[in-house]
Design a protein around this ligand. Structure first.
Ligand code: PGA
Length: 251
């Protein structure tokens, strides 16, 4: 059966020292009270090599928030999937709406990134989701279907290794969460698309996380839905107590 996962996305927050302190605190908190789900923290690139040795891999995985769409070479400022993997990180967020909106990441670029991540044994947490105008026009299903093209060229075996995250852009960092019914409805639709492409077994095994203003007070009502397999957490991942509160939604 599919895994329940709570993944933190630190975004461009925390100096190295602050990030190390948060990772240590989370590790202590989860050592004292073991999680009932998989836990991942996705940090800025520069934190990865310092943070991975600090956390117990049986409690928490570490991931990047992005990687390059090229394997190596003259791409100043970029960080490759192989470099991410060489830090001990096991995950990478790809296709986050902020990357799509501010850095021009297209379906084709993301397809390259996903393939490079998988080739380097990283688990992509692949994000999809519509903006407010698309939701208001009732176009959310066609938007997520189009975004899935980046991962629907994968072989069934490779698709089976990825995690999906549905993040309505209108809910990210806005304090406005999708209702549990809205989340369940579109998660079920996404799973039906996966089933149509790869079959029921792969669809049933695919973890689909919800992201967008998820917090301790609303995590349980979201995660209890049959097609919501955890969360991708931004703001509430920056404080150990809040992140732990969300992890505890699975208790
Ligand atoms: P948020 O961000 O929890 O702060 O809304 C979620 C995300 O962007 O992954």
């Amino acid at each position: 059966m599919r895994k329940n996962i709570v993944a933190g996305n630190w975004k461009m927050n925390k100096t190295l020292q602050e990030g190390i302190a948060l990772a240590k605190e989370l590790n202590e908190v989860l050592t004292a009270d073991k999680p009932n789900c998989d836990v991942v923290i996705c940090t800025p690139f520069i934190h990865l090599a310092s943070v991975t040795p600090l956390v117990d891999p049986s409690l928490m995985g570490v991931g990047a928030e992005n990687c390059a769409d090229k394997a190596e070479g003259a791409y100043t400022g970029e960080v490759s999937a192989a470099m991410v993997a060489s830090t001990g990180a096991k995950y990478v967020i790809l296709g986050h709406s902020e990357r799509r909106a501010y850095y021009g990441e297209t379906v084709a670029i993301l397809e390259e990134k996903v393939k490079l991540a998988l080739a380097n044994n990283l688990t992509p947490i692949f994000c999809i989701g519509e903006v407010l105008e698309e939701r208001e026009a009732g176009k959310q299903n066609e938007v997520v279907a189009a975004q899935l093209a980046s991962v629907f060229s994968l072989s069934p075996a490779d698709f089976g290794k990825i995690v999906l995250a549905y993040e309505p852009v209108w809910a990210i960092g806005t304090g406005k969460t999708a209702t549990p019914a809205q989340a369940q409805e579109i998660h079920a639709f996404i799973r039906s698309l996966v089933a149509g492409k790869y079959g029921k077994e792969i669809a049933d095994n695919c973890s689909i996380l919800y992201g967008g203003s998820c917090k301790p007070s609303n995590a349980k009502e979201l995660f209890v839905n049959p097609d919501v397999d955890g969360g991708l957490i931004g703001g509430a991942a920056l404080k150990a107590a809040d992140f732990k509160g969300i992890i505890d939604a699975f208790k």
